[in-house]
Design a protein around this ligand. Structure first.
Ligand code: NZQ
Ligand code: ZN
Length: 392
């Protein structure tokens, strides 16, 4: 196991009715006037917005609403939010929604306190490591979709305009002070979004599980258990969308998949995420759907870098019987793809609506510039092209 530092300061308040604590928690972390940030309207349609407003009002917390966050959130609304926070002297940013709303909220929270252009951090410019984002307004979240894990992560992913560059920023100041997780809020999710979420959280574990680090037994077991839980719970919630226990397990799995408890002390890969972000930036597809296409193709391409690890994945996650490691690995990848299909995910370019002729542009935008991507196997531009071609 490698040396590591694990920092996950977010207070998680989980369960039915947890949103009633929102106002009290904003106050606890010093907020008196919040930016109430939300997406395209699902939280108004399903009553979540009204419940959050009631909790803020009960705690005498003022709020300024800013809706309209699109899936794969964009820099334009972030800039609007920064101007609004400064004008209204907002002292807390509250995201009510999914990963897109939370990521937009995080960008606004540090952009408000930053003298330069918030996009600097996403372009990787002027980044002072190890704390690239020096400070931000405090952030809270009320999660409505189990997926990205942003409610417990120190990351934010924004599509920068013009140019549609989808880029990530990382920093401890981006970690929410609190996240409210009421599984009932996910009952209204369309099946497709539920499946995209399950696919994304599964991918967050795979990015950590496919490691070159040896003897990471405890995080291997955590990874395997979380992946099995995601497969089981996704099947149950798709069959019965109001199955509270399955929704609850899926929601907590999504947080654990990405708060880095699974990644501590081990090399992580993240090539599939890098490649996928170019797909969702170009086509506007859901991030989970893009991963359903990219990740099994990536796994098939890199498997020989450590066939034993892929065979272990096959055995522990998809119950492939012990045998020849190469055959086990192949069967594991086939079962992974079959699960994705079963829950309604695309696994090819055609099913996603992506085009083979766009591959050179996708790889150019990834911008490796002679560097490599990933750690399980270091990928060059030529490797990424082959992976994407294998999706066609
Ligand atoms: O916009 P609204 O109307 O709210 O509708 C949303 C949106 O259309 C809908 N939805 C959310 N909760 C709902 C609901 N519909 C009905 N009932 C509910 N309870 O679902 C759609 C997708 O929402 P979105 O927030 O985009 O989903 P997700 O949580 O998957 O977030 C995706 C974004 O997160 C980024 C992705 O790249 C993508 O931009 N990621 C962020 C990460 C992070 N910050 O740590 C890590 C991830 O790897 C990922 O890259
Ligand atoms: Zn993801």
């Amino acid at each position: 196991m490698d040396n590591f530092e694990f920092f996950s300061p977010t207070r998680f308040v989980f369960g039915r009715g947890a949103e009633s604590r929102t106002g009290e928690l904003v106050r606890k972390y010093g907020g008196t006037k919040v930016l109430l940030h939300f997406g395209g309207g699902s939280v108004k349609a399903n009553g979540v917005y009204d419940k959050v407003v009631a909790a803020l009002t009960a705690a005498d917390v003022a709020y300024v609403p800013l809706g309209g966050v699109q899936p794969n959130p964009r820099s334009g609304l972030v800039r609007e939010g920064i101007a609004l926070c400064r004008r209204e002297k907002v002292d807390f940013v509250l995201a009510v929604g999914g990963g897109s709303v939370i990521d937009s909220a995080k960008a606004i929270a540090f952009g408000t306190l930053y003298d330069g252009d918030f996009a600097d951090f996403y372009h990787g410019k002027d980044v002072k490591r190890p704390t690239p984002v020096p400070r931000a307004l405090p952030i809270g979240t009320v999660l409505t979709i189990a997926a990205a894990g942003s409610e417990g992560s120190g990351n934010s992913v924004i599509t920068l305009e013009p140019g549609e560059f989808k880029r990530a920023a990382t920093g401890d100041a981006l970690r929410p002070m609190f996240s409210i997780l009421n599984p009932e809020f996910t009952f209204t999710l369309p099946a497709y979004q539920t499946a995209c979420g399950a696919t994304d959280m599964f991918a967050h574990v795979v990015e950590r599980y496919f490691t070159t680090t040896r003897d990471v037994w405890v995080s291997d077991e955590l990874c395997e258990g979380i992946m099995r839980t995601i497969v089981t719970a996704s099947r149950r919630v798709l069959a019965a969308p109001q199955d509270y226990e399955a929704r609850a397990n899926l929601m907590w799995a999504g947080t654990l998949a990405h708060n880095n408890v699974c990644g501590a002390g081990r090399a992580q890969d993240w090539a599939s995420h890098g490649i996928e972000h170019e797909l969702s930036a170009l086509y506007g597809c859901a991030h989970g759907a893009g991963l359903a296409v990219v990740m099994p193709a990536w796994m098939a391409y890199v498997k020989d870098a450590d066939i034993g690890r892929v065979a272990q994945f096959a055995a522990k996650v998809f119950a492939v019987p012990e045998g020849d490691p190469a055959a086990m690995a192949q069967e594991g990848i086939a079962r992974y793809r079959a699960w994705l299909h079963e829950i309604g995910m695309p696994t090819t370019f055609a099913e996603l609506g992506a085009k083979r002729e766009d591959i050179p542009a996708l790889v150019a935008k990834l911008g490796l510039n002679g560097n490599t991507l990933g750690t399980f196997m270091s990928l060059t531009d030529a490797d990424v092209i082959k992976i994407l071609e294998s999706c066609c």
